[in-house]
Each structure stands twice: as structure tokens, then as C-alpha cells.
Design a protein around this ligand. Sequence first.
Ligand code: FES
Length: 111
Amino acid sequence: MTKDGSVQGFERVSAADFVPGELRSVSFGSSARICLGNAAGVMFAVADRCPHSDFPMSKGTIVDDKFIECGWHGAQFDCRNGDVVQGPADDPIRTYEVRVADGAIWVRNKP
Ligand code: FES
């Protein structure tokens, strides 16, 4: 963390006031929306568009404390790496690096 409270290389996207199981759509960068989630106390971030048919992942649910399920056709992805766990999606979902610091959620693109 830098002197001004920011996390170097990360963008502040939300307050860290999540409860377990909560999903939230937030802005990231100049145009993207990402879905932040709290999976049993572990924060994660994925693209807020399902790779199957673009439904907002923030309108889905967290399953078994480690998967995110799309609310439209039920595709499931691993919250940590975006791998498809259950179809109909064929492609993984993009994931982002997340930090929690100074009461906020900070995100950056994975290197
Ligand atoms: S839009 Fe997500 S499973 Fe179809």
C-alpha cells in the first residue's frame, strides 16, 4: 500500500462491506463491468458477462462456496480461475486479481 492509501497497480472498485454469498456489479477501468463476490470470506472478481450469452454474472449465485452460477442457463465457473465447471458455457470466464486493503476492494488485470 502506498502513502496515499492506494494499492499500487490496483484500482479501487468498491467498499469492502460484503457479506458471504454476496455478488455485486462494479465498474473497472474505462468501460468494463466486473462482478465482485464473497465466496465464504474469500473475495474474487470475474467479468460481469457470462461467456455463454452475456447474462450479468452479478445476477447469479455462489454455489458450494467456490463456484459462481449464471442466473440464466445455469453455467458454473470456478471463482478462482474461471474454469467451466458446468455447461452450457464452453469457454472460461475472465478473472481478475483482487486485494482487500484499507476497507476497500482493489482489482487489477492478471499479469
Ligand atoms: S447466459 Fe450464462 S449460462 Fe447462458
